[in-house]
Each structure stands twice: as C-alpha cells, then as structure tokens.
Design a protein around this ligand. Sequence first.
Ligand SMILES: COc1ccc([C@@H]2N[C@@H](C)[C@@H](O)[C@H]2O)cc1
Length: 449
Amino acid sequence: TLPLEHGAHRIGNRTDADMTRWRSQRLGQFIHWGLYAIPGGEWKGKTYNGAAEWIRSWKEMPQQEYDNLYKQFNPVNYRPEEWAQQASDMGAKYMIITTKHHDGFCLWPSKYSKYTVAASPWKKDIIGPMVDAYNKKGIDVYLYFSIIDWNQPDWRAALKTPADAAAYQRFKVFVKNQLTELLQRYPTVKGFWFDGTWDDSWKNDGAFSDELEQYLQRLHPGLIIGSRLRADEKGARHFDSNSRLMGDYEQGWERKLPEKSADVHGNDWEGVMTIPENQWGYNAKWTGHIKSSNELIEMLVKSASLGGNFVINFGPKSDGTFRTEEVQRMQEIGHWMKINSSAIDGGTDAGFAKQDWGYYIRKSGTDSVYMVVCNVPVSGNLRVKLPAQTTLANVTSLEKNIISGTPELIGKNEYFIHLDHKSQDAPFVILLQTSKENRDNSSFEKAKT
Ligand SMILES: COc1ccc([C@@H]2N[C@@H](C)[C@@H](O)[C@H]2O)cc1
C-alpha cells in the first residue's frame, strides 16, 4: 500500500453510539429547498430539461436574474412542524436539509455572506425552526452543504494563477467559518452531507479536506460525514489511493443502488433517491418515470437488506408546501411502515442466499430474519435456503392470511413457505426466527420422500 498522509484514517466501520444510531435508522428524508424552487424548472415560458436546482447554469437563464430571485423568497406557507409531522408519519428517522446549494443562497442568516434569507422578504432563519421541529418529533437532522458556491467571488473550480490561489485561500476560510457557524447555531445536528466536491480546486487539496474533517470532528465529536467530502493527496475521492473508504460511510450511491453485498464491501453506505428521474429541487413539470410508493419501498428494503440507509428526496415549492405526488408518497410509505417498520428499523444484511421473491433483512444483533416479498411466485412457494448450521424455529407473517400451513422441508436446510393465494398490492413481510446450532434443519416436517 502507498504511504498516504490524507487517505483513510480508519479501517472498517465506526462502532460508536452515533454511528450505531445512524446505522439503525435506515429510512431518511432529503429536502432540497432554495431559490431554484421559484422558477421550478421554467423561465419566461421555456422549460429547462435539466435538474431544477441547476437552472442557474442554463444558457436561457440570465445569471443576474437568477441571483436576484432572493428578492422573491417569501415562503408564506412554510410550517416546519407540519413538515416534521409528515416526515414522522412516513417513518423517516433522519432528515437532510440543504442549508446552501451550489447557488450559494443560505437558508440561515450567515454572518459570512450577504446572500442569505436575512436579505429576502422572509428575513427569518429557515433552518433553526426546521431542526427544532424535526428534533421534537425524534427525527435527527443532517445539514447538506455545497462546497461549490457560485455566489462567492473567491470560489474557483481550478487554480490557474497566483491570484486564483489567493482567492481560493480566502474561500477555504469562508467555508470553514460557515461550517463552524452552522455547528454553533444548530448543535443538535448529527452530521454534514457534503456535495460539490468534484472540481480540481478541491480534488487537488486533499490536505485541506482532511484537516477540515478532523477540525469538525473536534468541534462536534461524533459528527457523521460521508465519503464525498474528502480527497486524498493524490486526488482520489470516496476511496483513497489504497482503495480504502474515506469518511464514515460510502456516499456515492446517488440515484442508484448497489445490486449485491459484494458491491458495498462491508462498508456502511447510504443511497439517496429522487421520485422523478432526476429532479432534486422543485420542478413544476415532472416528466419521465415517477417512482411509485411500492418502487420506493422496494428500494428501501433492498438498501436495508444490503446494510445501507435509503433517503428519499422531496423538493418543496417556493411557498413552503409540498406537491401532491410527494405528500401521497409520504402517506403511502408511512402506511406501509406502520405495519412493517420492524423489518426496516435496525435492519441489516442477513447473509442468506438471495431468492427471486425479494429480500432478507436481519434485525441487527438478533436471530430474527425478515423476508420482504416483492415478487410473488405463481407457484405460491417461497424458497428459503438457510445457511449451514442454521435452524428454523418459527415462521410468522406480520399481517394475517399470508402463509398457508407450515414450511415444507424440501432438501438440506431448504424449505418452501407456502403462500395463501391472496393477491397482494404491496410488499409483505414474513418473520423467520432462526437459531445457530451445530445441526441443520429443524422441527418442521421431514422431506416427503
Ligand atoms: C452530474 O453532476 C451533478 C452535480 C450535482 C448534483 C447534486 N447532488 C444531488 C444530491 C443534488 O443536490 C444535485 O443537484 C448531481 C449531479
């Protein structure tokens, strides 16, 4: 391995209480809210076909006009308690809020920038009441922070001249000041979700990203920061030049999920997902495939089965309300979680052989293994192949009338669980109570020879 000064400083997952809590929380809510919600993907009758929060970069959007949108930011229908209640009803255990996206507009009255809510008609802090409302509902809050800041004159994507270097030096001080300010104003937050760290200026300064992470940890012990913040001294990101994960969890799963255990190498990881194909901020016209609640539930289940967290994104409107489709998803997912959340909370990779009908999730630290069935076989037989020396003590379903009879032993440590031929309109859950013993099979009926 290469001698690295600014590579991974820890091998393996964190085992402290804060990370154990994060790892048990599995379902999160992402909120992208800012000036981009005002145009909502359209400008002067034209539709921007990129992601709504990137409209400032559209050639049809005069940047000065975008930058002046702060004069219209006035979310008269913003009710953070209602936001928190609907997130709680969805079953979200943590929330990630954009404090500042790439456009540099701060949703808190930062003393280091003029480009904040304080300059808008709204005037007041947006972040504080949100953190308080979510914490009051027992939901942890993480702060999204974009390193890229299109509003800051000292921001540089690349350093070409000594003047660039001087400007960027000032910019780094600004970043450190804002992050310090956020931790001082909102001490209950559990971590940062960094973005906008792909440019050369950042990639070529691994030392700064490393020192910044260590500084933030000292300031706020236990802080959880994903792999997207850091670069090592060779410009490697997420994984250092020795292929070791930097940060506290793999943060690269954006609008995509791992397929199998081998894809995550035993690391903690988190997937973040949009409901439309690729819109994070509010976009008036959703086009393309809009994910149903059942699709999002299956992604959540798949994530938990692979030992990761799953965060669904919402883009509130500029007045502070949520669009119907998003309210619908929160209600439908919440209804499912009310019945099935025991399979999700504290769930992790069960290490069982994957079957076509769906996913296994082990309740961390227990012998309880949940089967979440997403694809009912026409045979009505759910095949279960237990690992060696694992016996089946009990099989129950979380809802009534799912299973018919007792499991049928069909081979060495292999069973069919027979389904009641009731049609299902959502994934359903079967709980396997297993035990590790130095024998295979168990009390269920012997194979019919
Ligand atoms: C392809 O380049 C990008 C750059 C930034 C993003 C941002 N990350 C997401 C979490 C959103 O904030 C999106 O704007 C996405 C794709």
